[in-house]
Ligand binder design. Structure first.
Ligand SMILES: [Zn+2]
Ligand SMILES: [Zn+2]
Length: 437
């Protein structure tokens, strides 16, 4: 092959790469919209988990796509440059780690002038400056944490505080859970006791609910000796069985879960899946004959075997490496507690199959079939979308139709081979760098 045809080949590579980068920009736009409109929120933990399942990306690449897609939402100049095929996805991936609306033009200039390796080094230096600033900021926040509790003149206790962001998130989560619990209790009470005065009473304000929730959190914490406990021991179910029925385990409906007044039947079945269990035997007249010892519905050895076999949540596209044991056929319906009738599901997906209408059916050799609430199968690997006979031509045509003019020089960097002084570059570029006021 002569030099001339090699040049053409190189141009072809550069041109098609720019086309692919332009198409990637559109792909990221679609991902951002899908993410914002929560299109993944039909059984998947996150947009990245959905991408892993639907598109076949590895989890790291999927998270990266979602991160970059979100970042580009507030970086219009960088987004435009990628959409025109002027800078590569690799460069965009690097600068979106640090760029803000204030600094994107400067970093875009770096991306245009330098190679991907230059950009990577600049971004690393930039992050060091950011991290120092962040460390100073978080030390400042940490030092300013505090909780003031004092009694007002009228005897009420006033609470005022500043919490570190992650501690604040924990508190908000606990308040949410406690409010939900109180709301469920209030609803249960209303159904049993429908007095007319209650109906006329104003519902508590958000602030009042938060105050009640904080009281429940405090009570619960003290009651449990401030011990958060281990997952399997948090729930205990009481099972009432008829002695006659217990003798014949093949009889359907042999066990009845005690009605939990606080949670729905579906929720109590979920909690019972993986919990401590006490069996109470009754005679024909309903008299209590015997109270069995407290046992775990899934004994520890079996749980270890389950963890070893499943390694993570079995829900398609999830794989979270910890979770709860789910009886594919519930033990209350006579499903055996054996490895072949168990599946590991994360908390999110355990709820999905009990309370949200998702179905899971056991197949031969521990394979599982999942179905959406509408009955459609949820495949482990979805079928590939149809692609045009000549995908490259279709891509070019689509980019042309967008009015893009892409050629072999579109994505070329302005670098002429001079050495890169990262320290100097950061000093010039970064708003917080030492050299700048
Ligand atoms: Zn379950
Ligand atoms: Zn899961």
């Amino acid at each position: 092959m002569d030099d001339h045809s090699l040049d053409r080949l190189g141009d072809e590579i550069a041109q098609l790469s720019a086309h692919l980068d332009a198409a990637t920009a559109r792909l990221l736009d679609l991902i951002r919209e899908f993410d914002e409109r929560k299109g993944w929120n039909n059984g998947f933990r996150s947009c990245a988990a959905w991408l892993t399942w639907r598109v076949g990306l590895d989890p790291g690449a999927a998270r990266e796509r979602v991160r970059v897609a979100r970042a580009l939402g507030s970086l219009p100049a960088v987004a435009r440059a990628l959409a025109c095929g002027e800078i590569s996805y690799a460069k965009v991936r690097a600068i979106t780690r640090v760029a803000t609306p204030e600094t994107e033009e400067r970093l875009l200039a770096v991306a245009r002038a330098g190679t991907a390796a230059h950009v990577e080094r600049i971004v690393r230096g930039w992050r060091r400056v950011d991290r120092l600033a962040e460390a100073r900021e978080s030390a400042r926040q940490h030092a300013r944490r505090g909780l003031h509790v004092y009694q007002d003149e009228d005897g009420m206790v006033v609470v005022r505080g500043r919490l570190a962001p992650e501690v604040g998130a924990l508190l908000l989560q606990a308040l949410d859970a406690a409010r939900e619990k109180l709301y469920q209790q209030a609803r249960a009470v209303r159904t049993f006791d429908d007095s007319p005065e209650d109906a006329q009473e104003d519902p508590p304000t958000m602030a009042q609910q938060q105050a009640d929730a904080l009281a429940l959190i405090a009570e619960t914490a003290l009651h449990h000796g401030l011990d958060p406990g281990t997952p399997g021991e948090r729930y205990q179910v009481v099972v009432h069985v008829d002695a006659a029925v217990l003798a014949d385990p093949d009889q359907p409906g042999q066990s009845v879960l005690e009605d939990g007044p606080r949670v729905s039947a579906e929720t109590s079945r979920r909690l019972a899946c993986d919990a401590s269990r006490v069996v109470m035997r009754h005679d024909r007249d309903g008299r209590l004959l015997e109270v069995g010892a407290r046992t775990r519905t899934i004994p520890p050895a079996l749980r270890r075997a389950l963890l070893h076999r499943d390694r993570g949540c079995r829900f398609p596209g999830c794989g979270l490496p910890f979770g709860q044991g789910h009886h594919v056929r519930h033990w209350a319906e006579g499903g055996p507690t054996t490895l072949s009738n168990l599946a590991l599901l994360c908390r999110r997906h355990h709820r999905a199959v009990h309370e949200e209408g998702y179905r899971v059916v056991g197949q031969a050799d521990s394979a599982l079939e999942f179905r959406l609430p509408n009955g459609r199968p949820l495949l482990e690997v979805p079928p590939a979308p149809g692609t045009p006979a000549d995908p490259v031509e279709a891509l070019r045509a689509a980019n042309d139709a967008q009015g893009l003019r892409i050629d072999a020089r579109t994505a070329a960097s302005g670098w002429l081979g001079e050495p890169l002084d990262v320290g100097w570059a950061i000093d010039v570029l970064h708003p917080l760098a030492a050299g700048r006021g």
